[in-house]
Design a protein around this ligand. Structure first.
Ligand SMILES: Nc1nc2c(ncn2[C@@H]2O[C@H](COP(=O)(O)OP(=O)(O)OP(=O)(O)O)[C@@H](O)[C@H]2O)c(=O)[nH]1
Ligand SMILES: [Mg+2]
Length: 454
């Protein structure tokens, strides 16, 4: 399905391989002028999809380079348009001269992400797939790359389209009753509708969880270390980083600013933040440190609440655990087990997960690393997982809210037009993921973050 008429398009060109020196460098050209450009260079278009060794001549007929020309006639090309690839020697001067030659022959420089954007506009890829091209190229770990390939292949989009079909089915069901305003909806219908809505909501919930794991694989997990002064927060940071990053001292109040570092744990990018110990203080610098710590706690995916093994929980800790919204994100670390002759352990108890370890000696650190990987969805993502972006999660969660509103409406007096309206909104939210419903602004924002040549 073409989203855009190709006639009005300009022809674009860019270097598809990274700048610098390489065995091969590729210039990619896409658009209606491709046959004319090929004619000017070679006297005609190369045989479709056949590698042909050619001279790439300058205007005087002198070769700029010799290499392989590949022609993909539209619509069976990456962009859906006529595409020509020139594989020459990957030197900056050669590539630059070849690219300039394309511009002389009527192409213009491609904008960032413009090849992918055209693939999307001509219906070759949906939006989630086009985004996965960038995510695959940018992936920071093997896990992320494996999952991005699945999104690129359309696995995530298929799930989303399944949800859209379900919502459309529900809408049709509800809207059918609108045509018979005089008839009360039967009890049977009401129950069927309720059950169908519940089914779709559950399915949406599981897609959301899988997407959330996929988003963590791309963006990483943000982990904030907090607790009272002197409990061993900075020691824990150093252990996880496996280097002596933060100052550790027997005096309480050593860390006053927040410290942020990146680490890969089992291929999952994790952003670790060490913070000032939480306590009442009159010191203005320490106060500022504590308010920064609070901000880091608020934005964290996982909060490591460090306590000293065998010690009573102190004020700040109880406050943290008492906060219901936070409790789900908190893992309690009971540190300094070496002082008590305890073995490292992990248990899932009343306050969520508790891990007993020694930050000074590194006992139990592997337990914590496994736990963080699990929090990032690493284990369950082994098979069938895919990558997703924050934008997709937002769309899924607003669809969830719309379905919840539809369910609430269904529980009140029978108002089919209101239920249908909530369902329509859910459908639109889901449609923004694959790009069925998107604004020009959103498209521009997405593709401009790609690099040139993609
Ligand atoms: N025995 C023992 N001592 C530890 C352990 N972890 C930390 N310590 C000691 O506890 C003291 C405080 O450690 P830090 O890592 O600076 O503690 P912190 O929580 O960052 O402290 P503030 O920055 O002051 O809030 C230091 O003397 C550490 O050596 C541990 O597992 N066992
Ligand atoms: Mg510290």
């Amino acid at each position: 399905m073409a989203r855009f008429a190709s006639a009005a398009r300009e022809t674009i060109a860019a270097q598809a391989t990274p700048p610098g020196r390489g065995g091969i460098g590729v210039i990619r050209i896409s658009g209606p002028a491709v046959p004319a450009i090929a004619a000017a260079l070679f006297g005609g278009v190369p045989t479709p999809r056949m590698a042909e060794l050619k001279a790439f001549p300058d205007p005087s007929g002198e070769p700029i380079d010799h290499g392989i020309a590949l022609f993909f006639p539209g619509p069976n090309s990456f962009t859906g348009e006529d595409v020509l690839e020139l594989h020459g020697h990957g030197g900056p001067v050669v590539m630059d001269r070849l690219l300039r030659r394309m511009l002389e022959l009527g192409a213009r420089l491609a904008k960032p992400g413009e090849f992918c954007e055209r693939a999307f506009l001509s219906g070759k890829l949906d939006l989630a797939q086009a985004e996965a091209v960038a995510d695959l190229i940018d992936s920071a770990s093997e896990e992320a790359a494996r999952h991005a390939v699945r999104t690129l292949r359309g696995e995530f989009s298929e799930l989303v389209r399944g949800l859209v079909d379900d919502v459309i089915g529900l809408r049709t069901h509800v809207e059918a009753t609108l045509d018979f305003p005089d008839e009360e909806i039967g009890v049977f219908d009401h129950e069927v509708l309720e059950a169908r809505l519940k089914g779709v909501t559950e399915k949406l919930g599981s897609v959301f969880l899988a997407a959330r794991r996929g988003q963590v694989l791309l963006d990483g997990l943000s982990v904030t270390i907090t607790g009272a002064p002197n409990v061993g927060k900075s020691s824990l940071l150093n252990q996880l980083l496996k280097r002596d990053r933060a100052i550790v001292d027997a005096r309480p109040g050593t860390t006053r600013d927040t410290l942020q570092e990146q680490v890969l744990i089992g291929g999952v990018p994790i952003s670790l933040i060490d913070t000032a110990g939480l306590r009442e203080t009159d010191d203005s610098i320490e106060k500022e440190g504590i308010s920064r710590a609070q901000a880091a706690i608020d934005q964290a995916d996982v909060v490591l609440l460090v306590t000293e093994y065998g010690q009573e929980r102190q004020g700040a800790e109880i406050d943290l655990l008492g906060n219901q919204a936070l409790r789900e994100r908190v893992t309690v670390i009971r540190n300094k087990i070496d002082l008590h002759g305890q073995a490292p352990s992990i248990k899932h108890g009343q306050y969520g997960t508790e891990i007993c370890l020694s930050a000074r000696y590194g006992f139990g650190i592997p337990l914590l690393e496994e736990h963080l990987k699990a929090q990032a969805g690493y284990q369950s993502a082994g098979e069938g997982g895919f990558t997703a972006r924050r934008r997709h999660l937002e769309a899924l969660s607003s669809a969830q809210a719309d379905l919840a509103a539809a369910a609430a409406e269904l529980g009140r007096t029978w108002a089919p037009e209101l239920i249908a309206e909530h369902l329509a909104r859910a459908q639109r939210s889901l449609g923004t993921i694959t790009g069925e419903f998107t604004s020009e602004d959103l498209l521009a924002e997405i593709f401009s973050s790609f690099c040139i040549g993609k």
